[in-house]
Design a binder for this molecule. Structure first.
Ligand code: NAP
Length: 306
């Protein structure tokens, strides 16, 4: 389950290993979160930067070459049965003897007034999709992690100024990404700053943000045409809640071989409880999960649970 790097890699390994496998995607052809990333420059084998969309397109073509079938099915429930697992979606159900959950994460929202109202009208979580619409306009990015800082740099290709609003006085993003942002004079970092409301009207959409400095408690307003939210992610694991062990953030706990505590259910990629969330780690986990599932199906040692 899942059409991002982990799911596609598991699919490539399973199809190449001649398992009777199908890859289920909630939405067709999305390629997961990485497909919305403008540039991937740390995935080995690509000395020149590659776009997330192209990288995922290549992985998909590789999976197709091995005959991996795809289906669109948003699985909302998994029920163990004597003969395997029943995977239920809105329209279709599948019976599988083993399941690899590679359903990733989705962007978290802020939950402040105006966010819902102006969603898609100047409030977004995708710089690659919406950034080019704001040529020579002021925009804001909220967050201080890899996504926020990287996408702030990308947005300088279009926007007149990119305000990077971070709730602390130190970025969380990795050093090399921070350095690129701090050296870019189109990026104006506002430290210790939170968004308290999104401002605008029905005709223009978002026109600005109400801000507060968390140290001085000073309130202010910032005129921007778009705000890009990169405030972390939520696990897409509802379908296994109550079935497999999850951590406090709702991420799936596995052993080193990607086996969950339920024999026959494996997990890979960003929906797994782990430290490093990268394409490079997701593909390794997808490969390991497919291998473990194969061992489980053929009576090998893996999949006995953690
Ligand atoms: P993240 O690392 O969880 O960062 C979320 C950021 O949002 C943090 O700076 C956090 O602040 C801030 N934040 C959270 N809730 C907030 C709120 N309510 N109001 C204001 N700010 C809030 O998420 P991410 O950047 O999306 O990255 C997710 C994972 O993907 C990470 O493991 C990351 O390393 C990986 N990733 C890697 C790359 C890469 O190119 N290497 C690119 C993108 C993502 P605090 O810092 O104060 O907690």
């Amino acid at each position: 389950m899942g059409g991002g790097p982990a799911g596609l890699t598991a699919g490539i390994y399973a199809a190449r290993g001649r398992l009777d496998v199908i890859l289920l995607e909630a939405k067709p052809l999305t390629g997961g979160q990485i497909a919305t990333t403008d540039i991937v420059e740390n995935y080995p084998g690509f000395p020149e930067p590659v776009s997330g969309a192209e990288l995922m397109d290549r992985m998909r073509k590789q999976a197709e070459r091995f005959g991996l079938p795809f289906a669109t099915a948003d699985i909302t429930k998994i029920t163990p049965r004597d003969d395997g697992f029943l995977l239920e979606g809105a329209r279709t159900s599948y019976l599988a003897r083993a399941v690899i959950v590679a359903t990733g994460t989705e962007p978290r929202r802020l939950g402040v007034p105006g966010e819902k109202e102006f969603w898609g009208m100047g409030v977004t979580t995708c710089a690659t999709c919406d950034g080019p619409l704001y040529r020579d306009k002021p925009v804001a990015v909220v967050g201080g992690g890899d996504s926020a800082v990287k996408e702030a740099v990308y947005l300088t290709n279009f926007a007149s100024v990119v305000y990077l609003l971070h709730r602390r006085d130190r970025l969380r993003a990795e050093t090399v990404i921070q350095e690129q942002a701090l050296a870019n004079d189109k990026i104006d970092v506002r430290w210790d700053t939170v968004v308290t409301a999104m401002l605008g009207d029905a005709e223009s959409g978002l026109t600005g943000l109400a801000l507060q400095n968390v140290k001085t408690e000073e309130a202010s307003e910032l005129a921007v045409d778009c705000v890009f939210l990169y405030v972390g992610v939520l696990a897409n694991t509802d379908m296994v809640e109550g079935l497999v062990a999850l951590d406090d953030a709702g991420l799936i706990i596995t052993d080193n071989d990607m086996a969950t505590n339920v024999p026959g259910i494996f997990a890979a990629g960003d929906c797994r409880s782990k430290t490093l969330k990268q394409v490079a780690t997701a593909v390794g986990e997808g490969a390991a999960a497919a291998f473990s599932a194969q061992e489980y199906l053929t009576g090998g040692p893996y999949g006995a649970g953690c």
